[in-house]
Design a protein around this ligand. Sequence first.
Ligand code: CP
Ligand code: NVA
Length: 309
Amino acid sequence: MTRHFLRDDDLSPKEQAEVLELAAQLKKDPYSSQVFAGPKTVALIFDKTSTRTRVSFAVGVSDLGGVPLIMDSGTSQLGGKESVADTAKVLERQVAAIVWRTFAQSGLEEMAANSRVPVINSLSDEFHPCQLLADLMTIREKIGDPSGKVLAYLGDASNNMCHSYMLAGVTAGMKVRVAGPAGYQPNQKVYRKAEEIALQTGGSIDIYTDPKLALVDSDVVATDTWISMGQEAEKAQKVKEFAGFTLDSELMSIARPEAIVLHCLPAYRGYEISAEVLDGPQSVVWDQAENRLHAQKALMVWLAERSKA
Ligand code: CP
Ligand code: NVA
């Protein structure tokens, strides 16, 4: 059966740990898997802009012996010209995997439903699960087993990163606390799913509107842009509504003194995070960005192996 990775909870706690262990091995020995030898081609489709995801998937596919084919909806028939289902039926006969950054999660579901090769969500409006594999890998490297550790996410609690922190965090057994202004709270279905996973793993999920409450005793502090791709017109309004949510030294002083700071990047210094914190000693964002490469290679190897007929 073909395995896809469309949202963080597509991997069970055991499977997530397997992918993260493989990621650590591939970081040590980058060419040890040649799963795409042939070379096989992997389609990387971008409906939104990207630096890290584009580079890390392209490099990752090459490292694994394959060829990355970078596509976008503007120069292909995707994006209203041809259906997602018909696109999937064309691609699955020629590529080894489909990696897609898009808007609606439903598009990814339709792609996966029509594809016999793995489909990977490389960011949608609802989730950014590949980013969370890199984040958890970074947490393991810096502070060890994430299980039982407190992860605080501040900012837009209704966005893709927050939803992924909730699902992937509790899958790893973390105590996840998210804080966003009223009106920017998580999707209720995602919240309920995170609660259900937390019951199995010993993790927990708590939602706040006061960032200070979320930060108490935190081991990991994460934030993300207040203005996600596609929301540019809302910038002036959101900047007003997010007053008090800038992750600066004062807020960081509430976290544990040895807490690490994560940001998926790109960062907007002076808005969701101060320059002092992003560029300061607790920040591990450059290792986090590098780990996209290792974590996604592990994911591609894992999915390819599990999807063999
Ligand atoms: N963090 C992340 O996904 O970065 P890009 O948008 O540059 O790919
Ligand atoms: N929430 C951000 C993440 C960017 C990697 C966005 O969707 O634009």
